[in-house]
Design a protein around this ligand. Structure first.
Ligand code: HDE
Length: 687
């Protein structure tokens, strides 16, 4: 492990890691090979021979390298880690040992993803993010396959293919890639009002996470915890990031998609390599079985949250991601999550979306990973022992030695024997009813919680939501679809509908529908700041003549807090500091862009400030960062660069000081620790 200690999963994987450094190259058959650059030919310019098994094997293997990408969530990044509960407070609710016993460290693998884009699409698109966790518990694998938004687009899994077909690129020309701003998605939305609550989340800043370490995770469905006495408690699972919930600016995300399409993937990798391990707290909302019908929504409806103000989230444990995979394909691509993977003490509910998922995930792995033995792929193997009578199939890795492969048997002494009390048992739910195809009436209110979300947003969050709807619907060619969506928004909030209608050229709805006025403060990112400094990237703009004392003072303070200062100059190499010393440049300015950083510092130094003020790239760097609400600081002569960039010195989040003294550094760290400074007036700044 990254912290020097091996967990059970890491030890298991060690048996599969291959690194043939000092031994000669071989074929797959172990035959040593001395030339892998030239085919076997007749004479120097003659034909290549069919008998060249080295050529044939190399090409054949290459031809078969690809497997189907995931039908959704194709683009992702993963990491290993460890989960541990804080205490035994869940012992009365669940038989799951990893949730009851604080002495157990459970290894995990987490895969984050976007939903709509292909495997090679950009990270920073407007989309939901997957947050899937495989717990390798001592009672078997538990997969919590969640998202960074607590609700979903549809209520019944039978609609999933329709939804995915609508959001994916359109079938005739496969345009647009990884974007929801097109006719088919919004046509689906206008005809399926159950999507509206989720669309509010998808149009909010939650869809533009700055980092996988800075987004919440949600199990979405209501699950059950089941105790030793087979009593059940309803549960919603939450992940709360220690680094807080932070997002990017829409304009910024679009630029990052070009400047660094791997932005979130790289960020996750770098954080772990640098020891800035992403941390999340597991929280649970518990609802006693007797309270099932106490809410003004249905607990089984996955388009609804349980507001935290009604049922608080109890923090119960901690997840730390501390090791990067060794091989993307073997681990991150081949990991197979399955919502049906539950352990004793965790059970499903009758949520119709959840029920379809229980089928879908296993089914999809059969085609994606090519047969029923995918649980034997190293990343998927439980650390709990596996013994059963499943046999054969493509890619069988086990050599089962018994002469029997059936139960019951006497020949193998009845082995493996059936488990006793430790076996998985479903909650003995009482169910009775007629077979029907009809959505429950209790699932019919599609707007109240969308309104709750809207009401709970800070002003800047509301502005971003309006702009997002305007952008997305603005890309929809069919005006009747734009109008249809606006009519639904009118049920959410008339003000919202009016602003969107005005932006997309459709009539403002006449009817002013009432807004219930309720809020849930826990929904606003303003209240979810956390400890964001570790992993934040700070650009320090330097040139010959920069003052090294301000670079060192700010740089050291930032690095102590886990932030990552990078020195950018026109060219790579070194710059000569004002005191004659040499300052090493981290990256050349033309290879980077302000959108790849969280904050900017321009150190003191007359000559350097003159050079930077005359460099369009450096000036634009600062202007753009200002537009995106980032903290900007200048020391001494560095203020000239800000002036040239049109950055008002009295604007929120702009710091100018004569020297990089302690109070300046403290103020800069403070500014870099909050949300962005969204209140800046930036209308005059070109995109
Ligand atoms: Fe998924 N989903 N999903 N989904 N989902 C898949 O499984 C599906 C849903 C989620 O990193 C697929 O292995 C159906 C909700 C994540 O590998 C597939 C329905 C939530 C991931 C599938 C849903 C999710 C997937 C594609 C409606 C949040 C990525 C490849 C009934 C709670 C896992 C795969 C990873 C992946 C089906 C709805 C989250 C096709 C049928 C709700 C994070 O099986």
């Amino acid at each position: 492990m990254a912290n020097g200690r091996r967990d059970a999963k890491d030890e298991q994987l060690e048996n599969y890691r291959v690194s043939p450094q000092d031994a000669p190259l071989t074929t797959d058959q172990g035959i040593q090979v001395d030339d892998t650059d030239n085919s076997l030919t007749v004479g120097q310019r003659g034909p290549t021979l069919l008998q060249d098994f080295i050529l044939r094997e190399k090409i054949t293997h290459f031809d078969h390298e690809r497997i189907p990408e995931r039908v959704v969530h194709a683009r992702g990044a993963g990491a290993y880690g460890v989960f541990q509960v804080y205490g035994d407070s869940l012992a009365e609710y669940t038989r799951a040992e990893f949730l009851r016993d604080p002495s157990i460290e459970t290894p995990v693998f987490v895969r984050f993803s976007t939903v709509a884009g292909s495997r090679g699409s950009a990270d920073t698109v407007r989309d939901v993010r997957g947050f899937a966790t495989k717990f390798y518990t001592n009672q078997g694998n538990f997969d919590l396959v969640g998202n960074n938004m607590p609700v979903f687009f549809i209520q019944d899994g039978i609609k999933f293919p329709d939804f995915v077909h609508a959001v994916k690129p359109e079938p005739h020309n496969e345009i647009p890639q990884a974007q929801s701003a097109h006719d088919t998605l919004w046509d689906f939305v206008q005809l399926q009002p159950e999507t509206i609550h989720m669309m509010m989340w998808a149009m909010s800043d939650r869809a533009l996470p700055r980092s996988y370490a800075q987004m919440q995770g949600f199990g979405v469905h209501t699950f059950r915890l089941v105790n030793d006495r087979d009593e059940a408690t309803f549960v919603k699972f939450h992940w709360k990031p220690k680094a807080g919930v932070h997002s990017m600016d829409w304009d910024e995300t679009q630029k990052v998609a070009g400047k660094d399409p791997d932005f979130n993937r790289r960020d996750l990798w770098d954080r772990i390599e640098k020891g800035n391990y992403p941390e999340y707290e597991l929280g649970v909302q518990l609802v006693p079985a007797a309270d099932e019908h106490k809410f003004d929504f249905d607990l089984l409806d996955p388009t609804k949250i349980i507001p935290e103000e009604e049922v608080p989230v109890r923090p119960v444990g901690k997840l730390v991601l501390n090791r990067n995979p060794n091989n993307f394909f073997a681990e991150t691509e081949q990991v197979a999550f399955c919502i049906a993977n539950v352990v004793p003490g965790i059970d499903f509910t009758d949520d119709p979306l959840l029920q379809a998922r229980i089928f879908s995930y296993l089914d999809t792995q059969l085609i994606r990973l090519g047969g029923p033995n995918f649980p034997q792929i190293p990343v998927n193997q439980p650390v709990a022992p596996v013994r059963n009578h499943h046999r054969d199939g493509y890619h069988q890795m086990r050599i089962d030695t018994p002469h029997t492969s059936y139960h019951k048997n006497s020949i193998s002494g009845g082995c493996p024997a059936l488990a006793g009390d430790t076996a998985f048992r479903h909650y003995p739910e009482q169910v009775d009813g007629k077979l029907i195809r009809k959505r429950a009436e209790s699932f019919e209110d599609h707007y109240s919680q969308a309104t709750l979300f809207w009401n709970s947003m800070a002003d800047f969050e509301k502005e971003h939501i309006v702009s997002a709807f305007r952008f997305e619907l603005g890309k929809v060619d069919d005006a009747s679809i734009r109008e249809g969506v606006v009519k639904h928004l009118n049920h959410v909030d008339h003000g919202l509908a009016t602003q969107v209608a005005e932006g997309v050229g459709v009539p403002v709805p006449d009817e002013v529908l009432p807004n219930h006025g309720r809020t849930s403060p826990a929904l606003s990112q303003l209240n979810l700041v956390g400890e964001p400094l570790p992993g934040r990237k700070v650009a320090v703009l330097v040139a010959d003549g920069s003052d090294s004392s301000s670079i060192v003072a700010a740089g050291e303070a930032l690095a102590t807090k886990g932030a990552v200062p990078e020195l950018l100059a026109r060219t790579d190499g070194v710059v000569q500091a004002a005191d004659g010393g040499r300052v090493e440049v981290t990256r050349a300015l033309p290879t980077m862009a302000s959108v790849l950083y969280d904050a900017i510092l321009v150190p003191d130094g007359e000559r350097a400030a003159d050079t930077l003020s005359g460099d369009g790239l450096a000036v634009f760097f600062v202007t753009e960062a200002y537009k995106h609400g980032k903290p900007i600081a200048a020391v001494g002569a560095g203020a000239k660069v800000l002036e040239r960039a049109g950055v008002p010195q009295d604007a929120p989040g702009v710091l100018v000081a004569a020297t990089a003294d302690e109070s300046f550094v403290r103020a800069f760290l403070d500014a870099a620790s909050g949300q962005r400074f969204w209140s800046r007036d930036v209308a005059h700044i070109p995109a």
